[in-house]
Design a protein around this ligand. Structure first.
Ligand SMILES: [Zn+2]
Length: 153
């Protein structure tokens, strides 16, 4: 938990330079060790900082039916909700060798739903904002804007 605390410092501001990425990556590696991957043998761990400073993590959980497999981001978002909600400000994802992984398309949408504006992701091509990894995304801010437009009519 000490590494989690270190990762949380400076969490309120979302800039990539304010995040202790090594500490956040350590939390993701710890989560990766808990992955349930009897079929693919491809463990994944993720970790994120919430806008209140909490550090949350997740691992992938496979299923014999394959199609029901949960990506690590799924368990991370469940953990976010179960531990008080909030918005994600920083995120990292690692494989079984500790290499950086890019979230799949579905998980970019999952993360977008719970992202703070300007959320930063540690990706295979450097630090990127949530809007860079899922441009023009449909999400909760879209629905808010739609409702406001509807009320104005
Ligand atoms: Zn995924």
């Amino acid at each position: 938990m000490s590494s989690a605390g270190a990762a949380a410092s400076g969490a309120a501001s979302a800039g990539a330079e304010s995040v202790d990425w090594a500490a956040l990556r350590a939390v993701a590696l710890e989560a990766m060790e808990k992955a349930y991957v009897p079929y693919s043998k491809f463990p994944v761990g993720v970790a994120a900082i919430v806008d209140d400073g909490r550090v949350i993590s997740g691992c992938n959980v496979e299923n014999a039916s394959y199609g029901l497999t949960l990506c690590a981001e799924c368990t991370l978002v469940s953990s976010l909700t179960m531990t008080g909600g909030g918005k994600l400000v920083a995120f990292t994802c690692v494989d079984g060798h500790g290499n950086t992984l890019m979230p799949c398309g579905r998980c970019r949408q999952l993360l977008f739903e719970h992202s703070a504006e300007g959320m930063v992701l540690d990706t295979v091509s450097g630090f990127k904002t949530i809007d860079e990894v899922i441009p023009d995304a449909f999400g909760p801010r879209t629905l808010v804007a739609y409702r406001e437009e509807s009320l104005a009519e």
